[in-house]
Design a protein around this ligand. Structure first.
Ligand code: MN
Length: 714
């Protein structure tokens, strides 16, 4: 087990003036917080924070980071609070501990590549201080090293998560040591047989490889001392996971993977790097297309080196990397190398931190962007870098621009869920629609059948998808309103000109007029009337001559038609010229009831329409087409009538009115309620009555209902 002393002496070795007291204080605090807790390995819990702090010291981190490493589990796994930590160790330490705690609380169920990428971005976005990620990586590394004490299903879950999320994250941060360490541990738990095989085979070839390494080193160092370049030559076996990757990618057996050795030449200057490259190529033949110059074009994680592959002394390929000592440090510790103590021992400044947050964004762009448009989009996103990442209840991660609300989330699932979104539960608590998503939120949308988008929603959403869908919905809604209003206006104009028999949606003549005015459809034309962009008079003006022509053609056919419409029909209680079995229907404009004064209007092809004698349409109609009709005493038959009831808004008023209508033995076939701006309720009831008398009784009764102002027949 690592002891405090191991850590402090390691820190002092790279930073003699370090504030060791802070580390000691953190150690005492952590020991007290985790007192009595035991790891599955049987070791005291404290061994874990100690190991984590030691890994951070190996990365040559500053004391704040190492203290945070010692304290990283204190808030989650003991009674200690963040406030205490802030008071005792300062804001920076507290921020790091808080960040690590938040990430540790989340469970990633990453099955898809795309999801894993989102999770990695979420972790980056949540880490306002880059040291949060470094502590988290050290934490994960030690947990992976002690994973053997867990049951198998947990081993697989954690190893999968590590391979999907944390190893790539370490790679992105340029910390190759941790990355390859994590990858090998993952391979051990996820592919134990392959791991054993690689270990076995490479073990058997060890002698042969040692010989080969010695030979290459000897040739190289002879050449370099001849040209007087001071260099360190290192040879190592590639880590198991990279051998495994080669086997999978190229479909090879372990013993078919030849270049399992990698050589590294470390020199003092960049100039010497290129010189060494020349000398290597003069000794061994380079494999074309394998040379990479990461010195002039560094990787986004700041990695720099020359890479070349040559045909070695035994005729096999070998990779050689050439770099300076500075570059070597960056290659091993990546971003951590930049967070270390400065030469003179000063801690990283605020300006550095700013640079790191910029760096963090740069790291984000490192996604092998090939399409320049994609790159631009990515840059755009990162100039406003505040994306937030949240979970669905199933653990899927979704990303949103900062300021996005639960409505954005709802639309990202499905536009229907967006339209019906009434609120949400975030981490189990109810929140309103305007709630802005925060990193790590678990969001569950609540829908309501009564909900629908409004114009206000446009101010609440941030995603283009939600904006477009809401606008679409509003447009459709407005169009419907436009059509309704347009229809009413057009019908009124038609009535005025005595053309109320025209069905605006079905009439061929109206369709012809729409075409004449170059609309795509009758509906388009009517919507434009509703929007006030087309006058109904214009339409009627064009319609009237067409209809008059039709009527002219039908003039004189009255008697013929009357006989044509004679056929067996259910008894409707109407006699036309004393004949009772005519094809008749009741006019919708005035809905006559038995007992009222009526008159018949002969239509083209639809029989006789029964109007009230007082109906304006009758007065304006062609007298040649009117026929006298009378009511007959008949059995029960229901006739529709519509009432408009204006009232002051009151709870229960509709129930009262409905009750009266059914008490009077009438059926309600349709009811519609509107509220006016001045808080009046206007209700339309279409009811079925048997006689005019019954209707009058109902009207009288409704008038007596409290708060009812006007009852009229429409
Ligand atoms: Mn931990």
């Amino acid at each position: 087990m690592i002891r405090l002393n191991d850590i402090t002496s390691l820190v002092q070795s790279y930073h003699p003036k370090a504030d060791i007291e802070l580390i000691e204080k953190a150690y005492v605090f952590s020991a007290k917080a985790h007192q009595g807790q035991i790891r599955l390995s049987g070791e005291p819990y404290l061994s874990h924070p100690l190991e984590v702090a030691y890994i951070l010291a190996q990365l040559r981190m500053d004391v704040v980071c190492i203290a945070a490493g010692l304290l990283h589990d204190a808030v989650e796994d003991s009674d200690a609070t963040l406030d205490e930590i802030e008071k005792l160790f300062g804001g920076e330490t507290a921020t790091i501990v808080d960040g690590v705690t938040k990430i540790s609380k989340m469970h990633f169920v990453s099955k898809e590549q795309h999801q894993a990428e989102n999770v990695r971005k979420m972790i980056l976005a949540m880490s306002t201080d880059i040291r949060v990620i470094l502590v988290k990586l050290a934490d994960r590394l030690h947990n992976m090293r002690t994973l053997g004490f867990h049951p198998e299903n947990k081993q697989i879950r954690i190893a999968t998560e590590t391979l999907d999320i944390y190893a790539p994250l370490a790679g992105r941060m340029g910390i190759n040591r941790i990355k390859s360490n994590l990858e090998d541990l993952c391979l051990f738990y996820l592919e134990p047989e392959i791991y054993a095989k690689i270990k076995d085979e490479t073990g058997q070839r060890r002698g042969e490889m040692e010989k080969f390494m010695t030979e290459v080193k000897a040739i190289l160092s002879a050449k370099l001392s001849e040209v007087k370049i001071q260099a360190a030559i290192k040879a190592r076996q590639k880590h198991f996971y990279s051998i495994y990757k080669k086997m999978v990618d190229q479909d090879l057996n372990v013993n078919q993977v030849y270049d399992i050795l990698a050589f590294r030449v470390i020199v003092n200057s960049i100039k010497e790097c290129y010189e060494v490259l020349g000398h290597i190529h003069s000794i061994w033949k380079p494999v074309s297309g394998r040379f990479k110059d990461y010195i002039s074009v560094p990787k986004a994680n700041m990695y720099q080196s020359l890479h070349t592959t040559v045909i070695g002394p035994l005729g096999q390929r070998m990779e050689i990397q050439i770099r300076t000592w500075d570059m070597n440090r960056v290659a091993e510790s990546g971003i951590a190398a930049h967070w270390r103590y400065k030469e003179e021992g000063s801690v990283a400044t605020k300006a550095d931190q700013k640079q790191f947050s910029w760096l963090q964004q740069l790291l984000d762009w490192q996604k092998n962007l090939q399409d320049p448009r994609e790159f631009l989009e990515s840059v755009k996103m990162d100039l406003f870098p505040d994306d937030v990442y949240v979970f669905t209840p199933k653990g899927e991660v979704k990303s949103f621009p900062k300021g996005a609300t639960v409505i954005d989330f709802a639309y990202s699932i499905h536009s229907e869920i967006g339209e019906k979104c009434a609120g949400a539960r975030v981490n189990g608590r109810m929140v309103p629609l305007r709630y802005q998503l925060r990193n790590g939120n678990i969001v569950e949308i609540i829908t309501s059948a009564k909900q629908h988008p409004t114009k206000d929603w446009l101010n609440l959403v941030k995603t283009p998808r939600a904006k477009t869908k809401i606008r679409q919905w509003i447009r459709t809604e407005e169009r419907e309103e436009g059509i309704n209003l347009g229809r009413a206006l057009l019908e009124k104009a038609l009535q005025h000109d005595g053309l109320s028999q025209v069905n605006v949606f079905k009439s061929e003549q109206v369709g012809a007029v729409a075409k004449e005015l170059s609309f795509h459809s009758v509906e388009d034309m009517i919507a434009q009337i509703g929007f006030g962009k087309l006058s109904p008079r214009q339409v009627v003006g064009r319609l009237k001559p067409r209809i008059d022509m039709e009527i002219d053609r039908s003039r004189g056919l009255v008697s013929k038609m009357v006989s044509r419409f004679r056929r067996a029909r259910p008894d409707h209680g109407i006699k036309v010229n004393g004949v009772s079995d005519m094809l008749i229907h009741f006019a919708k404009c005035c809905s006559p009831l038995p007992g009222e004064q009526v008159v018949g209007f002969i239509t083209r092809g639809r029989g006789i329409t029964v109007h009230l004698a007082s109906c304006r349409h009758v007065r304006e109609a062609d007298p040649d087409r009117l026929v006298p009709i009378t009511w007959e005493a008949v059995g029960k038959e229901a006739y529709p009538a519509t009432l408009r009831v204006t009232s002051v808004e009151r709870k229960g008023i509709l129930a009262d009115i409905s009750a009266i209508i059914s008490q009077k033995d009438a059926n309600i076939i349709h009811a519609e309620i509107k509220t006016t701006v001045d808080n009046k309720g206007i209700a339309f009831f279409t009811i079925e009555v048997e006689s005019y008398r019954q209707l009058q009784e109902i009207v009288r009764a409704i008038k007596k209902v409290k708060n009812v102002l006007i009852v009229e027949r429409v």
